[in-house]
Design a protein around this ligand. Structure first.
Ligand SMILES: C[S@@+](CC[C@H](N)C(=O)[O-])C[C@H]1O[C@@H](n2cnc3c(N)ncnc32)[C@H](O)[C@@H]1O
Length: 199
């Protein structure tokens, strides 16, 4: 049976019981409990958002005076809240940010979260390289679409480029931390890079 959908997995079951679309909800939940990055009424941009569990966590925190915009290559089932908007698109494609500006009326966000994961090959160095490219793009998006003082959360799979990614993040943020939520499987190298306070 695929590990991803192991029904005995504690967080898979918890997500099902609590109405979250994916177990990743508990990763952002743990990041938020530790760093308190998202606040009520914030505007949050979630990159690689499908099926939408990071959006659910962020949506609860920002409330109805805030906004959560999710972008993914895959369609995201629409939310009933008008403050939670899903866009289908590629994070490398400028057109998707133009669409967000027109339809959501926002270009600058308080927080950018990314749980982006490349289509994996199983070859660790290739997968880490693809993840690096995604995160490099997250930092570019944050250059243009994150407010000064804002924060970024991005998932990384450490490989040879990891220290370069940290170096790039440190150029843009006052503090850069690494965090591995409990919901990350013990066998996974996955870690979240947290950029606090955009310079
Ligand atoms: C682990 S899933 C995200 C789960 C999500 N955070 C949640 O909580 O429901 C990673 C997502 O990254 C998306 N992705 C990968 N490359 C992308 C790209 N270039 N542009 C947009 N989305 C991308 C994938 O389609 C996939 O849905």
């Amino acid at each position: 049976m695929s590990k991803r959908f192991d029904p005995k997995d504690k967080y898979f079951q918890k997500a099902k019981d609590e109405g979250y679309r994916a177990r990743s909800a508990f990763k952002l939940d743990a990041i938020q409990k530790r760093f308190k990055l998202i606040r009520s009424a914030d505007k949050v941009l979630d990159l690689g958002a499908a099926p939408g569990s990071f959006m659910q966590i962020a949506g609860r925190i920002v409330g109805d005076k805030g906004l959560v915009v999710g972008i993914d290559l895959l369609p995201i089932k629409p939310f009933r809240q008008l403050t939670m908007l899903a866009f289908e698109g590629d994070i490398f494609d400028e057109a998707v940010y133009e669409k967000v500006e027109v339809e959501a009326g926002v270009t600058l966000f308080d927080v950018i979260t990314s749980d982006l994961a490349p289509a994996t090959t199983g070859i660790k160095s290739v997968d880490a390289g693809r993840s690096f490219q995604l995160n490099e793009q997250v930092l570019k998006v944050s250059e243009g679409h994150l407010k000064r003082g804002g924060h970024v959360v991005m998932k990384a799979f450490p490989g040879v480029d990891h220290s370069e990614l940290i170096r790039l993040a440190k150029k843009q943020f006052m503090h850069v931390k690494l965090f591995k939520p409990d919901a990350v499987r013990k066998s996974s190298k996955e870690v979240y890079i947290i950029g606090i306070g955009k310079l």
